[in-house]
Write a protein that binds this ligand. Structure first.
Ligand code: DP6
Length: 373
């Protein structure tokens, strides 16, 4: 019944239209938002930024973006405006015009929900804690932090209530799908699916089931196999799922994976957790291998690391597993109590596969925080 679906979705969208805004003219606000790593992958979308399948992620802690936005009067600014909007953007201390079109596209998508965007000038400063061009996607943390700053400056909410966080996730999603999952933590679920109560396509929600304690301090060590820009942009990547011969089976599989993973998270079943997480990573890459055109985003070092991880796990019984994003870097996931031995294993056997021997140690985190300035 397509008509009913469209109606239900648009009714919910209406609830994110600002009722009353009291813009904080002359004020600066700052937010720090983390990156996240998907355990069940979002891969495939339709307009406007709706997921073709549900996803579930760990929010990270150390890898984050800090964004500061100052709301200024247009008349005080000697700046050419872009389209209907006026803003300037600096990244890590230097003006970055390359990002203007991305910000413009984001403003255009969210202006219906933040009407004050047309009336003021926005000075935006941003910086990442992870190395620039490390191959770690920054769109999730960047769009989450920007959405939080804009929403706070709009003055629509008096506090960081659940409604504030829901709207921030809604706005972040319109910037980048995975950004919807970077507002809160430690486990975030996005996309309607029967096994998760209150799941939504419009926003990501905190995965609130009783999660076993082991997962609250899980480690993610990111091996930087290939730094630099991604070979396939996420827009192109998601587009590959349109007319993909295995799309229907994949979307269906994601629902089942979430159901099984939810149970494993509740019972602390690490074997099942590892099985699903690795299957998801390999399925994501299988989708790219079998799309038209096809892409091979893993490098020989990626495969070598996976083999080493499997051999190490079989020999030591240490519950170490991997996941991948749409690139060659490898995320190693493991319980905190195995941190020392896993880091030793990385130093002994895996660091040779990393560009400039670089890797990043991160762990599960609580989500975005407001930064006082
Ligand atoms: C492979 O969120 O970057 O990391 O919505 O086009 O911005 P856009 O895509 P993006 O896609 C992320 C894809 C992924 C899997 C995931 O994070 O779920």
């Amino acid at each position: 019944m397509p008509y009913i679906c469209v109606k239900m979705i648009s009714m919910e969208v209406v609830s994110f239209i600002a009722k009353k805004q009291s813009p904080m003219l002359g004020k600066s606000v700052a937010w720090r938002s983390p990156s996240n790593i998907a355990l069940v992958k979002y891969w495939g979308k339709y307009a406007p930024q709706m997921p073709a399948n549900p996803s579930l992620s760990f929010t990270l802690d150390n890898c984050n973006t800090k964004t500061t936005v100052c709301l200024r009067d247009m008349d005080t600014i000697n700046q050419t405006s872009l389209g209907n909007f006026s803003f300037d953007f600096s990244f890590e201390g230097a003006p970055k015009p390359d990002f203007h079109l991305k910000i413009l596209a984001f403003f255009e998508r969210v202006v219906a929900y933040l009407p004050f965007l047309k009336q003021y000038h926005f000075s935006i400063l941003s910086e990442n804690t992870f190395p620039h061009s490390s191959g770690i996607a920054s769109s999730a943390s960047a769009m989450a932090a920007l959405s939080l700053c804009l929403l706070e400056l709009s003055g629509e909410f008096l506090d960081y209530s659940e409604a504030f966080k829901a709207k921030a996730s809604f706005l972040a999603r319109l910037g980048s799908g995975s950004a919807a999952r970077s507002i809160q933590g430690p486990l975030m679920q996005w996309g309607k699916t029967d096994s998760v109560p209150h799941s939504e396509d419009l926003i990501a929600i905190v995965f609130k089931e009783n999660v076993a304690a082991v997962f609250s301090s899980y480690q993610d060590t990111i091996l930087l196999v290939e730094k630099g820009a991604k070979a396939v942009s996420s827009t192109v990547g998601h587009g590959l799922m349109e007319n993909h011969p295995y799309a229907a089976a994949r979307f269906n599989q994601a629902h089942n994976q979430i159901a099984v993973l939810s149970q494993a998270l509740k019972t602390g079943d690490i074997d099942t957790f590892m099985h699903i997480v690795e299957q998801e990573a390999l399925t994501l890459h299988a989708m790219m291998l079998t799309s038209s055109p096809s892409f091979i985003l893993m490098k020989p070092a990626t495969l070598a690391i996976i083999e080493r991880v499997w051999t190490y796990r079989a020999a030591t019984k240490v519950p170490l597993c991997f996941t991948l994003d749409a690139g060659a870097n490898v995320h190693l996931l493991y319980p905190e109590k195995h941190k020392e031995e896993v880091l030793q294993f990385i130093e002994n056997e895996l660091v040779v596969y990393c560009e400039n021997a670089q890797y990043i140690c991160d762990s599960v985190g609580a989500g975005s925080v407001s930064v006082s300035i």
